[in-house]
Design a protein around this ligand. Structure first.
Ligand SMILES: [Fe+2]
Length: 246
């Protein structure tokens, strides 16, 4: 009867894991600091599988040498459609957890536009505005590489959040290479956050700004993000950006 015994430990799908995350806390982090930590979502095996895709050129639509554009040093590649299953599943399930907060932010900042409740509908809107190229990406940094502070905006349609996953093991596989987030507060000095991510850990960050409650309603505080220099080893990252690119 042994062959009838099913594998007891079937791995939970990525979508189910995303659904179980502490979203109230993550959203509170976005409101308060422009970043919400997801905790470890991806297994070591999933991280290794995802980063192994980097050498398969046929899976990507373009490769960017960051030094060439003075974006920093290192390289990244944008996935082509169809996205790998795990990437597509992450993008869809994360969007499903973030669109309501996105709408609350738009309302707080008196900005036009309401985000639909599912990724497909949102992507249709991107496509209608000429933003048709997929934006999820894999980044590869070696010792000496870094990413300058920037915002990932690729057209008129911008989703206010993006999610970053570290695919390498800090200390064992690389050192340095912290995610940097800088909040440029109006009429005040900027605030910096350095985020050290474990392998498989994700963090949701604001793409451009966050609404901050002031004495007379909300005002807008701008953000840029980047990566500090990698001191040793190699660091792979998966970036889930929701709006497609023109
Ligand atoms: Fe970025």
């Amino acid at each position: 009867m042994e062959n009838l015994v099913k594998t007891a430990c079937v791995r939970e799908t990525v979508a189910k894991r995303i659904a179980r995350l502490p979203w109230a806390e993550i959203r509170a982090g976005l409101w308060e600091r422009g970043l919400g930590r997801l905790g470890v979502v991806l297994t070591q095996a999933e991280c290794e599988e995802l980063r192994s895709l980097y050498s398969r050129a046929e899976l990507f639509r373009s490769r960017v040498d960051m030094a060439r554009f003075r974006f920093g040093r290192g390289e990244y590649q944008y996935f082509a459609n169809p996205l790998p299953t795990t990437v597509a599943e992450l993008r869809e399930s994360l969007y499903g957890q973030l669109w309501e907060t996105a709408n609350e932010w738009m309302a707080a900042l008196s900005l036009k536009g309401e985000f639909p409740d599912n990724l497909d509908a949102f992507l249709k809107r991107c496509h209608a505005r000429g933003q048709k190229r997929p934006t999820p990406l894999l980044l590869q940094y070696r010792a000496g590489d870094y990413n300058c502070l920037h915002q990932d905006v690729y057209g008129e349609v911008v989703f206010p959040f993006q999610v970053i996953f570290c695919l390498s093991k800090p200390e064992a596989e690389f050192s340095g290479g912290e995610l940097l987030l800088v909040e440029q507060r109006p009429r005040a000095q900027s605030v910096g956050h350095a985020v050290r991510l474990e392998q498989g850990e994700g963090v949701a960050i604001t793409t451009r700004c966050r609404p901050v409650k002031g004495a007379r309603g909300f005002y807008r505080s701008n953000f840029r993000h980047g990566v500090s220099e990698i001191l040793n080893g190699r660091r792979y990252t998966l970036g889930i950006i929701f709006h497609d690119a023109a």
